[in-house]
Design a protein around this ligand. Structure first.
Ligand code: FPP
Length: 246
């Protein structure tokens, strides 16, 4: 593994500043191991720890994880309750390590839909990790990208209605400033596990020029080695942003 890290560090200008991950395959991992789906989610927590630590080691600045989508509210009540309890457990059990490792946690999504105990746990982890300078960890919870875009459009419409903004002033920069992700650059690299080739309503605006990487590895089996392999693959790509090469 040190050799993978060394390889990554040998192109310092090509380390992705922002990595986003669609963590998929917990359910399939559980059924492959003859376990209930909840055990797949529990095992997936270990991979969260792996990618947080691996991102710091690799020099990534922002890591965004798709932890719970708006569509996930349609899962059976028992599974939703388990995932929410897992989030609370994550907040409690990881807080000291996150603070020690200089991780600042942020949450994007419609958190109003969550119950007070989960909201409290989220508030606590955000507050206690404030000021962490090594990694910005953005957890997308109750997140849906179309809803985020509609929310942004509504906010801008309100500013126009209040007379604070001219419709002609609305450009990409102003629009992006109204999204949840306003503080961070767009992702350089998107990783999706479990062999699926879908965006699943994740960061639709922000992924416009992002490099996509999919792997058949199921999320609970994903380790920092897999993250490093994805980053190395990214470093070999040529990003043109629609232009021609110099
Ligand atoms: C997708 O697997 C995974 C999820 C819906 C939840 C992700 C949650 C975790 C990894 C644990 C908690 C996370 C944090 C940040 C504390 P799936 O259930 O869709 O798998 P399947 O497609 O195989 O059924």
């Amino acid at each position: 593994m040190p050799e993978l890290l060394q390889q990554i560090k040998s192109s310092p200008s090509r380390i992705p500043a922002h990595v986003a991950i669609i963590m998929d395959g917990n359910g399939r991992w559980a059924s492959e191991h003859d376990l209930p789906r909840s055990e797949g989610h529990r095992a997936g927590m270990k991979s969260v720890r792996e990618v947080v630590e691996g991102s710091i080691e690799a020099g990534v600045d922002v890591l965004t994880l798709y932890a719970f989508s708006q569509e996930n509210w349609q899962r059976p009540r028992s599974e939703i309750a388990f995932l929410m309890s897992l989030l609370q457990r994550y907040a409690r059990s990881e807080i000291d390590d996150l603070v020690e490792n200089g991780v600042e946690v942020h949450v994007i999504g419609d958190v109003e839909r969550m119950n007070p105990p989960e909201r409290k746990a989220i508030g606590m982890i955000i507050e206690k990790t404030r000021g962490g300078a090594n990694l910005q960890l953005v957890l997308a919870i109750s997140y849906g990208s179309r809803a985020e875009i509609i929310r942004a459009a509504r906010r801008l419409a309100e500013e126009v209605a209040a007379g604070d903004l001219e419709p002609a002033e609305i450009d990409e920069t102003i629009f992006a400033r109204s999204l949840y992700t306003e503080p961070w650059p767009d992702p350089d690299l998107l990783i999706r596990t479990s062999g699926e080739y879908r965006i699943s309503n994740f960061l639709l605006w922000q992924l416009a020029y992002t490099e996509l990487y999919t792997t058949p590895v199921l999320w609970p089996d994903f380790t920092r080695r897999h993250l490093f392999e994805a980053i190395l693959d990214y470093q070999r790509r040529e990003r043109r942003f629609g232009k021609v090469t110099a």
